[in-house]
Design a protein around this ligand. Structure first.
Ligand code: UDP
Length: 523
């Protein structure tokens, strides 16, 4: 059981639910202190993130970015999720940013979830995902009641994660426009849309048969197993339908991407959807301070200063960073193969390991029984949560073995770092195609089979030889590697330029987004 009691005394707003009612926000943070940073005439944006790191982190960045511009932001969360980002909340408060962190009690118990399971990464078994999503639907009424009470100013727009289709009802009932948010590239969104539009899966019986995604300029090949629906199978059928409907009904789409990365795909997706697509990323580039980078998502499981001083001892671009995001769990035999491949590659590395409690019994003795000693000071192992953005931004990092989650991908792109691609599930196989085939800044590890979210496959999908081969190919300094690195560096420059005040495309899109939902704003 997890307690999230710290927020009871938090300086930020919280709502307490009693007998199904959401009461007015309470707390030490006075309305006037939050309203101080809100510029006269600027709109009120309500942000509703999905409670999982890969969705909450970019939505938090978007909230901070909008608040920097004087927009009043209501960031909808739950007590345990607010507890995770308490350092971010404190920093926002100390900077006088006009953000309300609104806690709605999470109705997980009504769907059979234990107390404290308020984030997808809290769920111990994949079968509980459906319960989690059903519980999120129960937030509709509390959110509606909360927003009804917000008159000064009344919400101008709801920006909702695409996985919360129920916010469409909130928006309709309260007559507030609603925008869908994706932290996924338009490339992947357009591929997914075209697979659906051309009914590809009605014609393909074998889920391992490669097919070419229709309607694209480039030849992009995947299998159904790799590019399966985001909400697959009969159990998620209703949610998948709601998600599609809410995407079509949206009053616009915000995407964590940028023009110079995928101009043609942004246009293609915009045309396909028939609505404005605002690309506003990479959102995390809002702040480059070590303090901000070190507290993203949750507290790091390593001393940040130790990590920085270890990186400081390494040559520029010499270290490989290995991390598979927030949801993957790797089987001990697969972890051992990764370790042996990294060891054989002879390159320094930082390896973020995430495994279940049962796996710990096997993997920890293996690490302590020779591996850690053999790799010695050329390796830094982080068990748990890494300060990933801070690490990737360090000049010593020269490559990233990634699961192709879009936030991780965008973090590598912005740092000008080439990648080894090892997709696991959902959008990641399509993201891999973008990294390898479109941007040409990746070396595939060669995995063909998904390793579904919340599941831990017992067989080894990638051999130690594949790990060693791909690390050598990415990190070694031949002509091909050098050209890949140069392409990655150019993309990094473009990513940073997109966020620049004045001429940056994403900076201008944020301005347009604010203007679009302002009645009489001067931005
Ligand atoms: N992350 C982190 N430390 C970790 C693991 C992940 O800071 O140990 C961050 C990472 O920088 C990224 C996000 O969590 O911003 C993960 O999002 P992504 O889309 O890459 O993958 P997901 O976790 O959704 O699969």
């Amino acid at each position: 059981m997890v307690s999230c009691q710290w927020l009871m005394s938090s300086p930020f707003q919280s709502t307490k639910q009693a007998s199904g009612k959401t009461l007015s926000p309470q707390g030490r943070g006075t309305k006037s202190s939050i309203m101080d940073g809100h510029r006269e005439g600027m709109p009120h944006f309500v942000l509703v993130p999905l409670m999982t790191q890969g969705h909450m982190i970019p939505m938090t960045d978007l909230a901070l970015l909008l608040a920097d511009r004087g927009v009043l932001v209501s960031f909808i969360t739950t007590p345990c999720n607010a507890a995770r980002i308490k350092d971010t909340i404190h920093r926002a408060r100390d900077s006088g940013l006009p953000i309300r962190f609104v806690e709605l009690p999470f109705p997980g118990a009504e769907e059979g979830l234990a107390e404290g399971w308020e984030n997808i990464d809290d769920l111990p078994r994949a079968e509980l995902y459906i319960n989690f999503y059903r519980a999120t639907y129960l937030l509709q009424q509390p959110l509606e009641l909360y927003l009804q009470g917000q008159q000064q100013p009344y919400p101008s727009v709801i920006i909702s994660d695409f996985c919360h289709p129920w916010t469409l009802k909130v928006a309709r009932n309260l007559r507030i426009p609603r925008v869908t948010f994706f932290s996924m590239p338009c490339f992947t969104l357009l591929c997914t849309f075209n697979i659906w539009r051309y009914k590809v899966y009605e014609r393909i019986a074998d889920e391992h048969q490669p097919f070419t995604v229709p309607g694209l300029r480039e030849k992009i090949e995947v299998t159904r197993a790799q590019a399966s629906e985001f909400f697959p199978g009969p159990i998620f059928e209703n949610i998948a339908k709601d998600v599609r409907e809410a995407e079509f009904a949206a009053d616009g789409i915000v995407v964590n991407s940028f023009q110079d990365l995928e101009h043609a795909y942004i246009e293609g997706y915009q045309e396909a959807m028939g609505k404005i697509v605002w690309t506003t990323g990479p959102l995390f580039l809002r702040s480059r301070s070590i303090a901000d980078m070190a507290i993203r998502g949750r507290k790091a499981s390593i001393d940040v200063d130790h990590c920085l001083s270890w990186l400081g001892t390494m040559k520029p671009r010499s270290v490989l960073y290995v991390g598979f995001g927030s949801l993957t769990r790797t089987d001990p035999s697969q972890l051992m193969d990764i370790g042996l491949g990294l060891e054989a590659s002879d390159h320094p590395f930082i390896w973020v390991m995430r495994y279940s409690e049962e796996s710990a019994e096997k993997i920890e003795p293996w690490l302590a029984g020779g591996f850690e000693e053999r790799v010695g000071s050329r390796a830094l192992i982080i068990k748990g949560w890494a300060p990933q953005l801070m690490i990737l931004s360090h000049p010593a990092i020269g490559g990233f073995l990634t699961h192709c989650g879009w936030n991780s991908t965008l973090e590598a792109i912005s740092a000008g770092i080439p990648m080894i691609t090892w997709p696991h599930f959902t959008d990641q196989f399509l993201n891999e195609r973008m990294i390898v085939d479109v941007l040409k800044v990746g070396v595939p590890v060669g995995v063909k089979e998904p390793n579904f979210i919340g599941m831990q496959r017992s067989e080894t999908l990638v051999s130690r030889n594949d790990v060693e081969r791909s690390v050598r190919s990415l990190m070694d300094e031949g002509k091909e590697g050098e050209e890949r690195r140069q392409r990655a560096e150019r993309l990094g420059e473009k990513a940073n330029a997109a966020m620049k005040e004045g001429r940056g495309s994403s900076h201008s899109n944020v301005t347009r987004l604010i203007e679009h939902f302002s009645a009489n704003a001067t931005v």
